[in-house]
Design a binder for this molecule. Sequence first.
Ligand SMILES: NC(=O)c1ccc[n+]([C@@H]2O[C@H](COP(=O)([O-])OP(=O)(O)OC[C@H]3O[C@@H](n4cnc5c(N)ncnc54)[C@H](O)[C@@H]3O)[C@@H](O)[C@H]2O)c1
Length: 251
Amino acid sequence: MQHSFKDRVVLVTGSAFGIGRASALAFAKAGAHVILADRDADTGTLYMIQEAGGVATQIPCDIADREAVSGLFFNILKTHGRLDHAFNNAGIEGLQGLTHEYPEEEFDRVIGINLKGTWNCMQQELTIMSKQGYGSIVNNSSVAGLVGFANAAAYVTSKHGVVGLTKATALEYALQGIRVNAVCPGIIKTPMIDRATGKQKEVEQHYAEMEPVGRLGQPEEVAQAVLWLCSEAASFVTGQALAVDGGWVAK
Ligand SMILES: NC(=O)c1ccc[n+]([C@@H]2O[C@H](COP(=O)([O-])OP(=O)(O)OC[C@H]3O[C@@H](n4cnc5c(N)ncnc54)[C@H](O)[C@@H]3O)[C@@H](O)[C@H]2O)c1
């Protein structure tokens, strides 16, 4: 079902590729004015939205940089005076490795973007939304926010942290008309996964076989869950970490 976001102001971080791009396109198709915030100044998403007759504004931003994040929200408020929905999606996979050998700088980088970067954005979003008295936020966690994966402790920790942040803030702002939820995708065919598979068909096939549904997910399938969670159709849903994972965590 297509939810209407007509004239809503929606922020999508990490909008240049993958799940962020698919979500930004879906929000724009549903009538939103989408704010595209990515550290990569790639204009592909903006172009695709405009080509399809949608409306978007691109504001480059590294979510790990608090000053840049302040600038992003200053810009949003200056132009729109409000923020209706936010999808905090930007994230990195980080290096793989055993914990006792893992470089400290890399641990800090993964936590700094995936967890603190999400928190940086949420502080601003919740400041705006609590003044408005409404709003909904979706954070992008992962199945790695629900179960453990070896050789990925930094990523797993950051994504479990995002689930914790989602639950705690959902409780803090529930009486103010603000809902906060998370999506927890399984293996989704995006540039992040292409980097992991090296685009080798046999590796991709191996990943597909790890999914109970026998295939990788598409970014558009996560986008649909994000739109639903943001929409009024999910008006009684808050503090949830929704697996969009082809059955992964049911194993
Ligand atoms: N693809 C998967 O299988 C999968 C599974 C579970 C969770 N996720 C999560 O979904 C989110 C999106 O993943 P994806 O697969 O689309 O990744 P991707 O690498 O394809 O795209 C990520 C986007 O985020 C941007 N980004 C990265 N760091 C940023 C920063 N500091 N500031 C602003 N933008 C930044 C990148 O430039 C890129 O456009 C991530 O949080 C990821 O952890 C992905």
